[in-house]
Design a protein around this ligand. Structure first.
Ligand SMILES: C[C@@](CO)(OP(=O)(O)O)[C@H](O)COP(=O)(O)OP(=O)(O)OC[C@H]1O[C@@H](n2ccc(N)nc2=O)[C@H](O)[C@@H]1O
Ligand SMILES: Nc1ncnc2c1ncn2[C@@H]1O[C@H](COP(=O)(O)OP(=O)(O)O)[C@@H](O)[C@H]1O
Length: 283
């Protein structure tokens, strides 16, 4: 690989729990959540151009190229850095969209870090995370790349060391819009704040689950199915559900018992993002 091309992972995340503790005047919700990465995700290929053209060479169904978070991240970095360079970008999409596993946000973060390197723009992780929050509440955790306890709207991050179990992730065939769940009148918005120590002792829940399972019977049914084999949880605002296992073999065994029509994968939980591991390898 030479200095004009770069291929990097854009991993998924899980919200190990998600509490909604309030609502801000601008409508955004105050959250408490724990983010952990998965060793599984999309891959982005960047090719530096010496003219100022930015091109996304991969079509994502239902998303205009100019609205794709990859292009939005690239434009934002170019504006912020004043770079005159361009890029051709190719996306290998494997993450289900609208699944609560952060694929779009992760693609955006990988673009910020990848082009920062390729264009030699020299922004710090802190500066890249500030750009990222303008694209989505989940982008900063992917930029910083450490499993984290998150508060605020998800941008106040404290790195944490967690167990790294294997996860079985199941993606019911429906696309949940985050905005739609957060605007539902029935959503619980007044959970009392907890501490990390309290979470470690008693666990936590996902406050979005009752609204999501009411609106999406398919997710409710999949939750019932997965609960037969493990303690099933939902990530973010859904649709993906997951269970934790001590090793890959146990997770695979349960996966083999699920209907073949149900999309699923097994991946390792990671406290350091595979994106940051890949960048370190190149350094
Ligand atoms: C709920 C979480 C938990 O990780 O994940 P997802 O299920 O989307 O992955 C996130 O906070 C989502 O982050 P992200 O997907 O980046 O959301 P954004 O694009 O910033 O916001 C989409 C919409 O959700 C609502 N929203 C989002 C975050 C938040 N803290 N409060 C909100 O009310 C707003 O209506 C906003 O317009
Ligand atoms: N590169 C991208 N990958 C996925 N979704 C994208 C991307 N760019 C824009 N989007 C839009 O963002 C929405 C949320 O995507 P995604 O991050 O996959 O879900 P979630 O926030 O539930 O984890 C998609 O439905 C799509 O309209």
């Amino acid at each position: 690989m030479n200095s004009t091309t770069l291929s990097l992972p854009a991993p998924a995340k899980l919200n190990l729990f998600l509490h909604i503790t309030g609502r801000r005047a601008n409508g955004y919700h105050e959250l408490q959540t724990l983010f952990q990465f998965l060793d599984y995700g999309d891959t982005l290929h960047f090719n530096r151009r010496d003219d100022d053209q930015l091109q996304l060479l991969t079509d994502l169904p239902g998303v205009d190229a100019e609205d794709n978070l990859i292009m939005r991240a690239a434009r934002l970095l170019r504006e912020a850095s004043g770079s005159q360079l361009g890029a051709d970008i190719r996306l290998e999409k494997v993450l289900p969209m609208g699944g609560g596993i952060g694929g779009g946000s992760s693609d955006a973060a990988t673009t910020l870090l990848g082009l920062n390197q390729l264009w030699q723009t020299g922004l710090s992780l802190e500066q890249l995370a500030e750009l990222g929050i303008r694209l989505g509440a989940d982008v900063p955790v992917f930029v910083h790349g450490k499993a984290a306890w998150a508060e605020g709207v998800g941008e106040q991050l404290t790195p944490v060391e967690l167990d790294e179990p294997w996860f079985l992730v199941v993606a019911p065939d429906c696309h949940v819009s985050t905005a739609e769940i957060f605007s539902d009148q029935r959503l619980t918005r007044d959970t009392s704040p907890i501490t990390l120590a309290a979470f470690r002792e008693h666990g936590g829940r996902n406050d979005c689950l009752p609204v999501v399972t009411t609106r999406y019977p398919e997710i409710r049914n999949t939750l019932i199915l997965l609960n037969k084999y493990c303690e099933a949880k939902m990530t973010g605002t859904g649709s993906c559900l997951f269970g934790a296992f001590p090793n890959e073999c146990e997770a695979d065994k349960v996966r083999a018992r699920l209907p073949a029509t149900l999309r699923s994968f097994v991946a390792r939980g990671c406290n350091v993002s595979p994106l940051h591991r890949a960048l370190q390898k190149q350094a």
